[in-house]
Design a protein around this ligand. Structure first.
Ligand SMILES: NC(=O)c1ccc[n+]([C@@H]2O[C@H](COP(=O)([O-])OP(=O)(O)OC[C@H]3O[C@@H](n4cnc5c(N)ncnc54)[C@H](OP(=O)(O)O)[C@@H]3O)[C@@H](O)[C@H]2O)c1
Length: 269
């Protein structure tokens, strides 16, 4: 625990943290002794999480109410965190607006792009520079199994998840000599409020089991510093192996798309 704190402390920013995986990262990092800066829009949820974490783990918590899709997001976060030593940045938020590509407005797509890619780029560059100067730190970027191939009903979201993963992989190699660990954590279905609220149906009986947020987080933190990407969950790794090593590209796209259509087409088509 203290080696983790030494390498990735004293402060961690968790972007998208009022619930789900971000809240689980906040708890797990506080448990490892890091002071945490959970970022989200809903101040009430952030306040509840912050009080819980302070009481449970005795670390400092600085909740930040911020819209990660906003154009001045870097100025806002810099103002609040530049006097703190941020040794770990978890870019967790990933906006997924389910539905066919053309069913969504171009404004919806721009919000997805800003939330999942633009702000992730800004934060990674901003905190990455400071970590490189200090010669230590870590960056975790959440991606998804959806980011390994194009997928109907979530086509743009899946494309942003590929962006997240590929950027993290390149930075894993570039920043390693400076003592900065970068990881793309690729999750499969995880029981977060966001996932459960999408009310997925008719899950393929062959689909890997839905994971808990805590398991995804613990696996990701264990993998940080060891490799560029980690697919969370044994069954997700097996599914990914079959899909990407044994299936044709056409087969992988069709299989994933069939599955998302079955889950969502009736409600979001
Ligand atoms: N859950 C899954 O099944 C699954 C599967 C594969 C990959 N992933 C990846 O895992 C990551 C986390 O997923 P998740 O299910 O926990 O849900 P999520 O919707 O990505 O994240 C939810 C958190 O982000 C915050 N948030 C959303 N939009 C925001 C914005 N514009 N500004 C600030 N905060 C914002 C939410 O709080 P507020 O609403 O309070 O702002 C909430 O705390 C994502 O990158 C996703 O792609 C998830």
């Amino acid at each position: 625990m203290s080696a983790f704190k030494e390498k990735y402390g004293p402060w961690a920013v968790i972007a998208g943290a009022s619930e789900g995986l971000g809240a689980a990262f906040t708890r797990a990092l506080a448990q490892r002794g890091l002071n945490v800066i959970p970022v989200a829009r809903r101040s009430d949820l952030l306040e509840i999480l912050s009080n819980e974490v302070r009481q449970e783990y005795g670390v400092q918590v600085k909740p930040l109410v911020l819209d990660l899709a906003s154009s001045d997001v870097l100025e806002q976060i810099s103002k609040e965190t530049d006097d703190l030593e941020v040794g770990l940045m978890v870019y967790n938020v990933g906006l997924s607006l389910i539905g066919t590509f053309l069913h969504r407005t171009i404004e919806d797509h721009e919000t997805i792009l800003n939330t999942n890619c633009r702000t992730q780029l800004l934060f990674t560059h901003h905190y990455g520079l400071k970590m490189k100067e200090r010669g230590k730190g870590g960056i975790i970027i959440l991606s998804s199994l959806a980011g390994f191939q194009g997928t109907a009903m979530v086509a743009h979201y899946a494309a942003t998840k590929a962006y997240n993963r590929v950027l993290a992989e390149g930075l894993w190699d570039e920043l390693k000599p400076y003592g900065v660990d970068v990881l793309s954590a690729c999750a499969g279905a995880t029981a977060t409020p966001n996932y459960l609220n999408s009310e997925p149906k008719k899950l393929n009986p062959m689909a890997p089991p839905v994971m808990s947020a805590q398991s995804v987080v613990e696996e990701s933190l264990k993998a940080l510093g060891k490799k560029p990407i980690h697919i969370t969950g044994f069954w997700n790794r097996i599914a990914s192996f079959f899909m990407h090593r044994l299936f044709s590209r056409k087969g992988a796209v069709s299989t994933f798309s069939k599955s998302t259509r079955e889950m969502y087409e009736e409600d979001y088509g």
